[in-house]
Design a protein around this ligand. Structure first.
Ligand code: AGP
Length: 617
C-alpha cells in the first residue's frame, strides 16, 4: 500500500503534493518522492526513509516552481527502500514521471523486453517499467492519456498509476486497477490521490474512479474513460469526513480499517506467486531448491500473533511435506540450546521485521549454521536483511498495534512456503498443489463474506461488556487451537481482560475447574467435513462446559447442525478446508475483541503498555 498525490491547478504543486503526502504517510513510509513540471522539464527529488528526509532534501536542493506535480510515499513490495527504488520513476529521457501503488505481476517480462529495446532501467522496482513504456507510447501517439490506456492494457496485477509528461505541462493522468484512486474537483484545480485525506483541505468534491479506468486531469475539467478509451460513468460525491477520519478511510480506528482490508491483503499476498498454469512461483524467495530439499526439519520462531501463525503453519508443513516442524517462542528459543545444523530450515515470522526477540533467535540459528527464511511485512527491515531469504506478505502498513491483516497474510505466506516445500521436495503433486492454491484463491471472498455478517458479533461483545465479565476462555482443536490463542491475545491486548486459550482436549486436565455459571467460552469448531473425529470431540467438549454453566459462543461452519443445539451464540463461517479454516475463523475474534474494547472505552489503536514493534528483548 503506498500514498499517491497528483495536482494540476494554480497553486505551487510542490506545496499541495507534500502536504497531501503527509496525510497519506500512514499508507507507507519507507521512501518518498515528488516530480514537478517547470519550464518544459520534469524536476524530481526522492529519498529513502520518511517524508521528512525528502523535505530535508528539498530544503537543501529546491525544485523549480511549477503548478503541476505528482508525489509518492512508498510501502515497498519489489525492491528495497532505497533512493533508487523510491518513486517517481522516470524514463531515460527524463520527460515521463510515474508513481505507482500495487504489484505489476508481469514486470519481469516487460523489463526484459525494454532492455532488449535499449532502455536502461535504474531500479529494482516493477514500477519503473511503466515510465519506459509510457515514453514509448507517447512518442507514437503524442497523448499521455492514450499512452496510459495502451500501457495499462499490457499490465497484469494490481496497479494505481499516476503520470506526467514534460510535453503536457497542464495534465496529470491516472489509471486504476484494484488499488484505490480518487479525484478531487476544485475551482480551477484538480487533484488525484490514494484517498481523500490528501486533498480535503482544498476541496470536498470527489469522484471515485472505478476498475480499469483512466483519468485525465486538467485545471478546468476531468475526463474519465475505460482502458479502451470509451467514456466512463463516474460517481461524484461530497466528502464529509474530517482529515483524521479520512486517513482511517472513515473508520473510527485503524484497526477497524485494517480488519476490513483483510480480503485485499490476502489477495495481494497471493498476487504474482501463482503462474498462469496455477503452479506456485516463489523464485523471489531466492533460497536454492537444494537447500529446501536437503533440509531435514523446520523450526519456526516468532512472537505473539506471529507465533500463532507459526503454530498453524506447523500443521500445514507437517501434513504437506512430512518434515518435522517445531514452533518456538523466539524469546525462549536460544536459551533452550536448540539442536540446529545446516540442514535445519528456520522460518522467522515477523510483521515489523524489527522484533528483537525474533531477531536474536534468527542470529543464534545462523550462528549454528541453520538457513533462515523470513516471512515479513516490512520490506528492507532488519529481520529479512539478516535472513538468507524472505517471503514478503503484502498486507500494507499495519498501523494498529493489535495485529489483524498481518496475521492473515502471515498464514497465507506460511501456506505458500509449506506448498513450495512440498513442490520442491516432491511430497505434493502439481495437481494437489493446484487444488490448495485454488482454495487459497477463494479465501479473500470468504473473508469478505464473514465481514458482512459481523453485526451479531458486535452486539455479543457489547453484551459481554455490559454484563461486566472480566474473563473469557477460548477453546480450539487442531488448527483451531492457535486460533483460540490468537482470540485470547486480541482480548487481552485490547479489552485488558483475563482471556485464555486452551486446547479443547486439555480442558479436562484442569482448566475445566474454571467453568462457572454464565462464564463466556468461545469455541472454534473444526469443519464437520474434515477430520470428523475432531469435530465430534469438540462437540462433546461444548456439552461438558455447557453442563457446568458456561455461556457457549461457538464459531462453526454454516450448516453444522450437530453443534447448534449447544451454542448459546452461534457465529457461522463459510466452509473451508480444515487447514485453511483459521483464515476465516479468526475474523470474528478480531471483531469481538475490538468491539469489546470499544465498549469498555479503551483506546483501540494504541492499547496501554504496548508497542507496535518490540525492539527490546
Ligand atoms: C499482536 O496483536 C501483537 N501486536 C504482538 O503480539 C505482535 O504480534 C508481536 O509483538 C510480534 O510482532 P512482529 O510480528 O512485528 O514480530
Amino acid at each position: 500500500m503506498c500514498g499517491i498525490v497528483g495536482y494540476v491547478g494554480g497553486q505551487p504543486a510542490l506545496d499541495v503534493v507534500i502536504s497531501g503526502l503527509k496525510r497519506l504517510e500512514y499508507r507507507g513510509y519507507d521512501s518518498a518522492g515528488v516530480t514537478v513540471l517547470a519550464d518544459g522539464q520534469l524536476a524530481a527529488a526522492k529519498k529513502s526513509g520518511k517524508l521528512a528526509n525528502l523535505e530535508k532534501e528539498l530544503a537543501a536542493r529546491p525544485l523549480p516552481s511549477g503548478t503541476t506535480g505528482i508525489g509518492h510515499t512508498r510501502w515497498a513490495t519489489h525492491g528495497a527502500p532505497t533512493d533508487a527504488n523510491a518513486h517517481p520513476h522516470l524514463d531515460n529521457s527524463g520527460r515521463v514521471g510515474v508513481v505507482h501503488n500495487g504489484i505489476i505481476e508481469n514486470f519481469a517480462a516487460l523489463r526484459a523486453e525494454l532492455a532488449e529495446r535499449g532502455h536502461a532501467l535504474a531500479s529494482e522496482t516493477d514500477t519503473e517499467v511503466v515510465a519506459h513504456l509510457l515514453a514509448e507510447e507517447f512518442s507514437s501517439c503524442g497523448d499521455l492519456a492514450e499512452s496510459m490506456r495502451r500501457v495499462c492494457r499490457r499490465l497484469e496485477g494490481a496497479f494505481t498509476l499516476v503520470a506526467v509528461h514534460a510535453d503536457e505541462p497542464d495534465v496529470v493522468v491516472g489509471a486504476r486497477r484494484n488499488s484505490p484512486l480518487v479525484v478531487g474537483i476544485g475551482a480551477g484545480e484538480s487533484f488525484l490521490a490514494s484517498d481523500v485525506a490528501a486533498f480535503i483541505a482544498h476541496t470536498r468534491e470527489a469522484v471515485e474512479l472505478g476498475q480499469d479506468q483512466v483519468v485525465e486531469l486538467r485545471r478546468e475539467h476531468v475526463t474519465v474513460t475505460d482502458f479502451d478509451g470509451v467514456p466512463a460513468d463516474v460517481r461524484a460525491y461530497h466528502v464529509d469526513w474530517d482529515a483524521s477520519a479520512a486517513e482511517k478511510g472513515g473508520y473510527d480506528y485503524f484497526m477497524l480499517k485494517e480488519i476490513a482490508e483483510q480480503p485485499k491483503a490476502v489477495a495481494d499476498t497471493l498476487l504474482g506467486r501463482i503462474d498462469a498454469g496455477g503452479s506456485l512461483t516463489l523464485d523471489e524467495v531466492r533460497m536454492p531448491a537444494s537447500v529446501l530439499r536437503e533440509a531435514d526439519k523446520v523450526v519456526i520462531v516468532a512472537c505473539g500473533t506471529a507465533f500463532h501463525a507459526g503454530m498453524i503453519a506447523k500443521y500445514a508443513i507437517e501434513h504437506w511435506t512430512r518434515m518435522p516442524c517445531e514452533v518456538e517462542l523466539a524469546s525462549e528459543f536460544r536459551y533452550r540450546d536448540p539442536i540446529l545444523d545446516p540442514r535445519t530450515l528456520v522460518i522467522a515470522i515477523s510483521q515489523s521485521g524489527e522484533t528483537m526477540d525474533t531477531l536474536m533467535a534468527l542470529r543464534h540459528a545462523r550462528e549454528q549454521g541453520a538457513k533462515v527464511l523470513a516471512i515479513c511485512n516490512t520490506n528492507g527491515s532488519t529481520i529479512p536483511r539478516e535472513s538468507d531469504a524472505v517471503l514478503y506478505t503484502h498486507a500494507g502498513p499495519e498501523v494498529a498495534v493489535a495485529s489483524t491483516k498481518a496475521f492473515l497474510t502471515q498464514l497465507v505466506a506460511c501456506y505458500l512456503v509449506a506448498l513450495y516445500l512440498g513442490q520442491v521436495r516432491g511430497t505434493k503433486w502439481g495437481d494437489e498443489i493446484g487444488s490448495v492454491i485454488r482454495e487459497l484463491s477463494a479465501i479473500a471472498t470468504q473473508v469478505d463474506d464473514v465481514l458482512g455478517t459481523m453485526e451479531p458479533v458486535r452486539e455479543l461483545a457489547r453484551s459481554v461488556a455490559a454484563a461486566g465479565k472480566n474473563t473469557v476462555l477460548f477453546l480450539g482443536r487442531h488448527v483451531g487451537y492457535p486460533v483460540a490463542l490468537e482470540g485470547a491475545l486480541k482480548l487481552k491486548e485490547l479489552a485488558y481482560m483475563h482471556a485464555e486459550g486452551f486446547a479443547a482436549g486439555e480442558l479436562k486436565h484442569g482448566p475445566i475447574a474454571l467453568i462457572e455459571d454464565d462464564l463466556p467460552v468461545v469455541v472454534v469448531v473444526p469443519s464437520p467435513r474434515g477430520r470428523s473425529v475432531l469435530h465430534d470431540k469438540i462437540v462433546s467438549n461444548i456439552q461438558e462446559i455447557r453442563a457446568r454453566g458456561a455461556r457457549t459462543i461457538v464459531i462453526a461452519e454454516r450448516g453444522d447442525a450437530a453443534v447448534a443445539p449447544y451454542a448459546d451464540h452461534l457465529i457461522e463461517i463459510p466452509p473451508t478446508p480444515t487447514l485453511l479454516q483459521p483464515l476465516v475463523a479468526t475474523v470474528p475474534l478480531q471483531v469481538f475483541a475490538c468491539e469489546l474494547a470499544t465498549a469498555r472505552g479503551n483506546e483501540v489503536d494504541q492499547p496501554r503498555n504496548l508497542a507496535k514493534s518490540v525492539t527490546v528483548e
